[in-house]
Ligand binder design. Structure first.
Ligand SMILES: [Cu+2]
Length: 279
C-alpha cells in the first residue's frame, strides 16, 4: 500500500516536472519579423482629374415645402422624389425633416434640364403638383398626394403667360390650378376646345364658384351666364362658342386663394380649379 502511494506521488511529481519542463522550456513564440522598409514606396494614385467642360455646371433647382399625404403631413423621414417624364429613375430625392422636405435637382450630363417638367412622389405616391426645372431657382412648393382622387392640378409658371383650354368635349378644364403674382398684369388665353359646348372662364372669390354660377344662370345667356356687377367676380371671359379663343386681361388681386369656373349652367360642378395669387 505504501509502495503504491509513493509510486503515485512519484508519477505525479514526474508529470509535474515534465509539464514544467515542456511549458517553460519551449522557446518564446517568435515575433513576426519587422517589415523591412523598402525603398520602393507604393505608387501614388494620381488624384482624379476633374472633367472640366466648356461651361460651368448649371446651378441646381431647389425645392422645399410641406408634403401632405391624404390631407395629413407626411411624417419625418418620408422620402420625396422628383422625376422627369420618360426617365425611369428619380432625378432627386430628399426626406421630410421637421415637417418640410428639401431636394435639389442637379443637372447631370451634357443635356440642359431647362424647362423640363418636374413631377414629385411622396413615399412613392404621385403628388398632384408639378414644376419646371430652372437653373439656380429655389421654390417653395407644397406637395400633396393621395386623397380625393381629383384631377391632377398643374401649376403654371408664376408670372408667365397662362393658357387654359377645355379637355376636348369634356366638361373639364385642362388645368386645375393657376398661379399668378399679386398685382401682376395677368393674361389668360382661354381656348374652348370643345366641338359642341359653349363655355366661359370666370375667376371668383374662394368658395363662391357654385353661388356665382347659380347667379349666372339667373343672369342668362345674354350676360354669358355671368352675374353682372357682382363683386365675387374678379375676371371673366365672354361666352365662347366651340373652337373660340379669348384673352382675359386683368390685374391680379391681393395674395390668396381664389377659384376659376365655367358658369354655363351645370358646368360649375366639374369645370373649375384653384386660382392662387402669391405675394
Ligand atoms: Cu362650360
Amino acid at each position: 500500500m505504501r509502495g503504491v502511494v509513493l509510486l503515485i506521488i512519484g508519477a505525479l511529481a514526474a508529470t509535474l516536472v515534465l509539464a514544467t519542463a515542456c511549458g517553460g522550456g519551449e522557446p518564446p513564440p517568435t515575433q513576426p519579423p519587422a517589415p523591412t522598409p523598402t525603398t520602393a514606396l507604393p505608387t501614388a494614385v494620381p488624384p482624379p482629374t476633374l472633367q472640366v467642360g466648356d461651361q460651368a455646371p448649371a446651378p441646381p433647382h431647389a425645392f422645399a415645402g410641406k408634403a401632405m399625404v391624404d390631407g395629413k403631413a407626411a411624417p419625418d423621414g418620408t422620402v420625396v422624389t422628383a422625376w422627369f417624364d420618360g426617365v425611369s429613375q428619380p432625378v432627386a430625392e430628399g426626406a421630410v425633416a421637421n415637417g418640410v422636405y428639401n431636394l435639389k435637382i442637379v443637372q447631370r450630363g451634357d443635356a440642359s434640364y431647362a424647362n423640363k417638367k418636374v413631377t414629385f412622389k411622396i413615399d412613392g405616391q404621385d403628388a398632384k403638383e408639378s414644376s419646371t426645372w430652372e437653373s439656380g431657382a429655389a421654390d417653395e412648393l407644397n406637395l400633396s398626394a393621395g386623397g380625393g382622387g381629383a384631377a391632377p392640378p398643374v401649376v403654371s409658371p408664376t408670372g408667365g403667360p397662362l393658357q387654359i383650354t377645355t379637355e376636348g368635349d369634356a366638361l373639364k378644364f385642362n388645368l386645375s390650378q393657376l398661379t399668378v403674382k399679386a398685382g401682376s398684369e395677368v393674361v389668360i388665353t382661354f381656348k374652348n376646345a370643345s366641338t359642341v359646348n359653349q363655355h366661359n372662364f370666370v375667376v371668383v372669390q374662394a368658395g363662391t364658384k357654385d353661388e356665382v354660377a347659380a347667379a349666372g344662370t339667373g343672369a342668362g345667356p345674354d350676360n354669358a351666364w355671368i352675374p353682372q356687377g357682382d363683386d365675387r367676380v374678379i375676371a371673366k371671359s365672354g361666352l365662347l362658342d366651340p373652337g373660340a379663343t379669348e384673352d382675359i386681361r386683368f390685374t391680379a388681386p391681393g395674395p390668396g386663394n381664389y377659384q376659376f369656373v365655367c358658369t354655363f349652367p351645370g358646368h360649375n360642378f366639374t369645370m373649375f380649379g384653384e386660382f392662387n395669387v402669391t405675394p
